[in-house]
Design a protein around this ligand. Structure first.
Ligand SMILES: [Zn+2]
Length: 420
C-alpha cells in the first residue's frame, strides 16, 4: 500500500482489533505499574514488522519500548503512548472481564480500551505499515512508556532527558475527533494548622483548636474557585472555543472548569482525642490552574489570603513540583497538518481543544516540541467501569497516523516537512 488515497481506504480492521485485544489482556494496572509483559509484546510486534526496537528501563520495573524508522536526513516525528492503565477496581461492577479483550458489537472491551491501548494498537499497525514505504525522508521515533497514570516521571520525562526527542509529537491519548492541544496546570498543596491543646470540657473557653482553624483555611482555599481571571488573547480565545465545543458535547461541567482554578481538599488529618482541644491539623489540596495563568500567581495569592484570614500558626506549601499549564498554539503548522488529516479521514469539522486534566504532553512541550493528543476514545468508560472503544475509531486513528507519517516525512508533498 502506498500513496495517500490508498491509506485513506486502508483496511486494517482485523489487525488493529487483534492488537488492541491482545494489549488489553496484559493487565498493566498502575499502581503497581509493571509493564514488563505488554512491553515485550510490543517489542516483538515491532521486530516482526522489521523495525529496529529495544527496551530500556529508567528504574527497575519501569520499561519503555523505543523504535526508530529511519528514512535518512529530515524531520523527526515522535509518536508516543503509555502502556499502563488505572486499576480495574471492583470487578463485580464490570459487565465483562476487564482484561478479557473481548470484541462485541463493533467494540473492543476492557480496561485501557480507550485509555489508551486502542491508541497504541492504532499506532503500532500504522508504523508497521509505514516501515514498508521507501519514499519518505526523516525519522519516526515511537515510544511506548510506563508511569503515565502516576505522573510520567519514569517514562516520558526520563526518555526526553536521555535525548529521545524530535521536531513534533503526537500522543495517541483518547480524544475523539477533536485533538487536544493543551492541559491545565496542577498545584498540590499541604496546609498545616497548629493550635493550643486544652481540656475539651472547657472548649471554646480555653485553648485554640487547630481543626477549627483548618476549616477557615479550607474555606479560604475554596474561595479561589470564585475568582475570575484575565487571560492573554490566545488562551482566552482557545478557552472560549473549547468551552463551546464541550457544551455542544454535553460536557458543561468540564467547560466551566476550564477558565477557573478548581479546588479539591482530598485528605485531612487532625487532633489526638475527642476530649482534647486539637493542637494540629493537616490537609491536602489539588488545584488545577487554567492555561494563561502562572501557577506562581495562584499560589502567591492563596498564601496571602490564608495569612490574612487564618492568621499565624498556619503553613501552606506545595506537596510536589507544581505543573504549569501548557499548550501548543492552534496556529502551529503541525497542529494545522493534523487537523487537515483528521478532517480528510473522519469528515466533518475537527477543532483543537483544551483538556481540564494533565498529561505527558507537558514534558514534550517543556523540551520545545509542538505536541498534540489524538486517539480513539469512548470517553464515558475512561477510568470507570465497562471501558470500551469502537473498532471504527481504531481504524480511523490508524489511517490518521499513517497519513501523518506519510505527509510529515514527504518533502514538498504535505505541510509537515516544511513545518519542521
Ligand atoms: Zn491516558
Amino acid at each position: 500500500m502506498r500513496g495517500r488515497e490508498a491509506i485513506k481506504s486502508w483496511n486494517c480492521e482485523h489487525e488493529v482489533t487483534t492488537v488492541c485485544s491482545d494489549l488489553i489482556r496484559f493487565p498493566s494496572e498502575n499502581p503497581p505499574g509493571d509493564v514488563a509483559e505488554i512491553a515485550t509484546y510490543i517489542l516483538e510486534y515491532l521486530q516482526r514488522a522489521g523495525i529496529p526496537a529495544r527496551q530500556i528501563s529508567s528504574v527497575p520495573g519501569m520499561r519503555s519500548v523505543i523504535a526508530e524508522l529511519d528514512f535518512g536526513p529530515g524531520p523527526c516525528l515522535v509518536l508516543n503512548g503509555h502502556m499502563d492503565v488505572v486499576p480495574a477496581g471492583d470487578r463485580t461492577r464490570w459487565s465483562f472481564d476487564p482484561f478479557g479483550g473481548e470484541v462485541c458489537e463493533g467494540h473492543v472491551l476492557g480496561r485501557g480500551a480507550s485509555d489508551m491501548k486502542g491508541g497504541l494498537a492504532s499506532l503500532l499497525v500504522a508504523i508497521a505499515q509505514a516501515a514498508r514505504w521507501d519514499t519518505l525522508r526523516g525519522k519516526v521515533l515511537f515510544t511506548a512508556v510506563p508511569d503515565e497514570e502516576t505522573g510520567g516521571w519514569y517514562g516520558t520525562r526520563w526518555l526526553l532527558e536521555q535525548g529521545f526527542t524530535g521536531d513534533a509529537c503526537l500522543i495517541a491519548e483518547p480524544s475523539g475527533t477533536n485533538p487536544t492541544i493543551g492541559q491545565k496546570g496542577a498545584l498540590w498543596l499541604r496546609a498545616i494548622a497548629r493550635g493550643i491543646p486544652a481540656h475539651g470540657s472547657l472548649s471554646p473557653l480555653v485553648g485554640e483548636n487547630a481543626i477549627l482553624r483548618m476549616t477557615q483555611i479550607i474555606e479560604t482555599v475554596y474561595s479561589i474557585w470564585e475568582r475570575t481571571w484575565i487571560f492573554p488573547p490566545e488562551p482566552h480565545q482557545l478557552i472560549a472555543e473549547t468551552q463551546s465545543t464541550l457544551r455542544e458535547e454535553g460536557l458543561g461541567v468540564q467547560a466551566e472548569a476550564l477558565d477557573h482554578v478548581t479546588v479539591n481538599v482530598g485528605r485531612i488529618v487532625g487532633g489526638d482525642k475527642v476530649n482534647i482541644v486539637a493542637d494540629h491539623c493537616e490537609a491536602e489540596f489539588d488545584l488545577r490552574v487554567p492555561i494563561g495563568i502562572p501557577v506562581g500567581d495562584v499560589f502567591g495569592l492563596l498564601r496571602q489570603l490564608v495569612e490574612e484570614r487564618a492568621g499565624s500558626g498556619v503553613e501552606i506549601a506545595p506537596v510536589r513540583d507544581p505543573i504549569e499549564a501548557n499548550y501548543t498554539s492552534p496556529t502551529h503548522p503541525f497542529v494545522q497538518l493534523v487537523l487537515r488529516i483528521i478532517r480528510e479521514v473522519a469528515g466533518g469539522t475537527s477543532r483543537p481543544v483544551l483538556q481540564w486534566a494533565s498529561s505527558d504532553a507537558r514534558f514534550f512541550r517543556r523540551h520545545g516540541i509542538p505536541t498534540l493528543q489524538f486517539g480513539p476514545a469512548e470517553l464515558q468508560g475512561i477510568h470507570g467501569y465497562d471501558e470500551r472503544v469502537a473498532v471504527g475509531q481504531l481504524v480511523q486513528a490508524a489511517r490518521v497516523y499513517a497519513l501523518l507519517i506519510h505527509d510529515y516525512l514527504s518533502p514538498g508533498d504535505g505541510g509537515g516537512f516544511r513545518a519542521a
